[in-house]
Write a protein that binds this ligand. Structure first.
Ligand SMILES: Cc1cc2nc3c(=O)[nH]c(=O)nc-3n(C[C@H](O)[C@H](O)[C@H](O)COP(=O)(O)O)c2cc1C
Length: 445
């Protein structure tokens, strides 16, 4: 029977996806400690989550009013630690949980990314995954030695070549290359290690690569492009594909089909691409208790949180407009950050020229978007509907606070999903690929 894939949507920062989470009475205040992340990892593993995944951003959200004071003062993701270090720390406290982290193709060298993730994969016995992103805004460019962020589609063209270099290096060691015959003095078989000699439009990388293959071959590829160009990239490379919370079930089904069809068109087996939308879950023992929890969470968010995050994601200063001043066609056409957020607001509002206030309302930025709120039955019913009607293969569960959201999910929702046969009772294998049902990738490909 087909079963759900579950991913925890994590951040190496002072808040969860929900910026206001740090103000939640049950939020821990030690988000810069190892114990904080190891506790979350243990909770996820107790609930048999397939992956704990850390997002990343290479700048504070200071695009709003071009100022970081409000960001720091109100804790709007002002802390952003390196996700690879943090996910490694989580890996040391867990045994089966997959470990995902984000690295941008725009600001790192492919050799460096290939080596870092292969190392994580070896250190965690084949549990690593790389979320491939192209980054979003000028703040990241300015921190990483560039004047401005690359144009949207160019970022993806460049990322395609980046992937060829990374996968080329990962596949340049054959499985079983290491022999370690001390008597004969042979460490590894030189016929099983090749040079890449890549010379392309954007990158040069010679090799040979310096990290052998892991028990799962190489890390799993995660991708979350939502624009036309982004989805094409996802369909080409993504093994675990994240999508935004759909605006309707119909919209979710359409995105799902588009991605799977595109993967098939590119010659891939669509069943080897797991599609998971992000979803907030507020669960408790009863529906009434969950609704009380949700009511508390709703009091924590502010409009400033939303405007700051919108400015960051869309690379546009929302403080440059009045709250009720419509965006011009020109402004909408020239959004250089996340275009899919603009498109989602246009679609959900039905407006041609939305105002900043409309963006706050319809983007759900800084507020839980379509949360599943309820006791075990209500939440499991909701997740089951999405899963069994062609919207998804699983979920990226976003937290309103940590570790509370995941503790509630593991206690109240997981047993109900398992009872229905919709979710595994234990990990099937040792590596992330085994647990996702993905084949071992070929070497020398
Ligand atoms: C669940 C999820 C997680 C994401 N994590 C990151 C991240 O960590 N860093 C980042 O820069 N973008 C992240 N993104 C954004 C995507 O990589 C992508 O840029 C965005 O969905 C817009 O699509 P587009 O690039 O095709 O316009 C995430 C998106 C989703 C849906």
């Amino acid at each position: 029977m087909r079963q759900m894939v579950m991913v925890g949507f994590l951040q190496a920062q002072n808040c969860t996806n929900l910026v206001s989470s740090w103000r939640h009475p049950d939020s821990r205040t030690d988000s810069t400690s190892a114990d904080y992340y190891q506790t979350i990892g243990r909770v996820l593993e107790e609930g048999k989550f397939h992956v704990g995944f850390f997002d990343d951003r290479l700048a504070m959200p200071d695009r709003y009013g071009n100022d970081h004071r409000h960001t720091v003062e109100h804790g709007i993701r002002c802390v952003k630690m390196d996700p690879l270090t943090v996910v490694t720390v989580m890996g040391m406290a867990t045994k089966r949980l997959g470990l995902g982290a984000t690295r941008s193709t725009t600001y790192y060298e492919p050799f460096d990314v290939a080596r870092t993730f292969s190392t994580l994969d070896l250190m965690t016995n084949g549990r690593a995954a790389w979320n491939v992103v192209t980054s979003m805004n000028d703040g990241e460019a300015l921190n990483m030695g560039r004047e401005e962020h690359l144009e949207h589609d160019t970022r993806y063209d460049r990322a395609d070549e980046f992937m060829r270099v990374v996968l080329g290096h990962w596949n340049s060691w054959d499985d079983g290359a290491i022999i370690q015959d001390k008597k004969a003095g042979i460490f590894a078989d030189p016929d099983k290690v090749r040079r890449l000699d890549h010379v392309g439009d954007w990158f040069r990388s010679r090799g040979p690569f310096t990290v052998p293959r892991s028990p799962q071959g190489h890390p799993v590829i995660i991708q979350a492009g939502q624009s036309g160009r982004g989805k094409l990239f996802s369909a080409r490379w993504g093994e675990l594909v994240f999508v935004s919370t759909p605006t309707s079930l119909e919209h979710g089904r359409q995105t799902y089909r588009e991605l799977k069809d595109e993967a098939a068109r590119l010659g891939r087996d669509p069943s080897q691409m797991t599609i998971t939308p992000s979803a907030y879950v507020v669960a408790a023992e009863t529906k009434a208790e969950a609704e009380d929890k949700m009511a508390l969470i709703e009091t924590l968010a502010t409009d400033e949180d939303a405007l700051s995050l919108l400015s960051e994601a869309m690379n546009f200063d929302f403080a440059s407009k009045g709250l009720d001043e419509p965006f011009t066609d020109d402004e909408l056409d020239n959004i250089s950050g996340t275009q899919s957020m603009r498109d989602r607001v246009l679609r959900a509002s039905g407006l041609r020229n939305p105002t900043p206030r409309d963006f706050i309302t319809y983007s759900h930025r800084a507020r839980p978007n379509k949360p599943f709120v309820g006791g075990p039955k209500e939440v499991a019913d909701g997740l089951e509907e999405w899963f069994s009607t062609g919207v998804c293969d699983g979920f990226v569960i976003a937290a309103t606070h940590v570790p509370g959201t995941y503790m509630d999910f593991v206690r109240h929702v997981v047993p109900e999903l398992q009872r229905r046969g919709l979710y595994h009772k234990d990990y099937k294998g040792a590596t992330l690929r085994e647990n996702l049902g993905l084949p071992m990738p070929g070497a020398g490909a």
